[in-house]
Design a protein around this ligand. Structure first.
Ligand code: PLP
Length: 343
């Protein structure tokens, strides 16, 4: 499919514009030199505008477009207490006059820091829901959370638009189909042939949306997701089926398989949201050599994955690799002590 056709098909979906697009692409000359590897670029989805930015803003353009089209008055979503997705959902909801309601897994902390502080400043209704991670599969817990949310008096199917964890739905992922189109066009303008896009994978939605977008364009760019949580069973097949469901909104015949992207493991460290040695090394390198801040939960570990692949000789020196900075910097303030301990 040509760029113009994909752009026209995306125009058919309800959408609200929150982001400064296209987000910038910068060449990381110092990092490239230090690693003696491929040419590394960064796409600044962390500086996308609304509510300190991040990857969820792109998904929310389509999700809240859909919510408004359905005549909803409230937006309900889910996540950890430091969820970037929750923070960006609240910001977007406030922009368009919808009431934001959050269900956050865990106990209410004594101190409101990082994303939680921002949620509070924006006046979101926040419910804390204790989450027994070992008791059941995460997938089941997330599904139960939705029915639990619907049992609250301030949430009803009539007036509430429920957004899954991480905005991971075929409608939300159109935001990253659009990002693939944007990257394709930017690289064409820059006269650069891109070989790989690397991104942190949490729910895997960003990987799925990008893969769908590049496949729809018939592009050979390989999307690499760095698993930062090891949270999900059958992660790769579920990313492939999300990508297929997303792309089928545009091309009903397409089938996306696990061969269409790469998922890299080994960079979670001690667990999801626990700062890792390699992640903090990546944070330090980018801060000290490029003046760019990564976060300890997602982008630090994502960049650690990219660095690990370079050191393993995965890329050719002639490759052009684009890292997507998906945001998350508020978590740096919430986890400052742990990060400094590993610096
Ligand atoms: C900063 C940041 N980067 C990356 C991700 C991962 O994105 P996805 O859930 O689409 O895999 C998230 C999502 O939670 C995030 O907040």
């Amino acid at each position: 499919m040509q760029c113009e056709e994909l752009a026209a098909r995306l125009e058919e979906f309800p959408r609200r514009h929150f982001a400064y697009l296209p987000s910038n692409i910068e060449f990381l000359g110092n990092l490239t030199e230090i690693l003696e590897g491929p040419r590394i670029f960064v796409k600044r989805d962390d500086q996308i505008g609304l509510g300190i930015g991040g990857n969820k803003t792109r998904k929310l353009e389509f999700l809240l477009g859909d919510a408004l089209e359905q005549g909803k008055s409230k937006v309900v979503t889910f996540g950890g207490p430091q969820s970037n997705h929750a923070r960006q959902t609240v910001a977007a909801a406030r922009r368009v006059g919808l009431d934001p309601i959050l269900f956050l897994f865990g106990e209410e902390p004594e101190e409101y820091t990082g994303n939680l502080l921002l949620d509070r400043l924006m006046g979101a209704t926040i419910h804390f829901i204790p989450f027994e991670s070992g008791a059941k599969r995460l997938e089941e817990a997330v599904r139960d959370m939705k029915s639990e949310a619907l049992s609250f008096p301030d949430v009803s199917p009539q007036d509430s638009y429920l957004i899954p964890v991480g905005g991971e739905s075929p409608v939300g992922l159109l935001g990253y189909v659009n990002a693939a189109l944007e990257i394709h066009r930017q690289m064409e303008t820059m006269g650069i042939e891109l070989s790989h896009v690397v991104v942190a994978a949490g729910t895997g939605g960003t990987v799925a949306g990008l893969t769908a977008g590049f496949r729809l364009l018939g592009s050979g760019v390989k999307v690499i997701g760095v698993d930062v949580g090891a949270l999900w069973k059958e992660f790769e097949p579920s990313i492939a089926s999300s990508a297929t469901a997303t792309a089928r909104q545009i091309d009903s015949e397409i089938e996306i398989t696990v061969e269409d992207f790469l998922l890299v493991s080994g960079f979670v460290g001690d667990g999801y949201a626990v700062p890792s040695k390699e992640g903090v090394e990546a944070i330090r390198l980018l801060a000290r050599h490029e003046g760019i801040f990564l976060d300890p939960v997602y982008t630090g570990k994502g960049m650690a994955g990219l660095i690990g692949l370079v050191r393993k000789g995965f890329f050719d020196r002639s490759d052009n690799v684009l890292f997507i900075h998906t945001g998350g910097v508020p978590a740096l303030f919430a986890k400052g002590k742990e990060v400094l301990a590993l610096l």
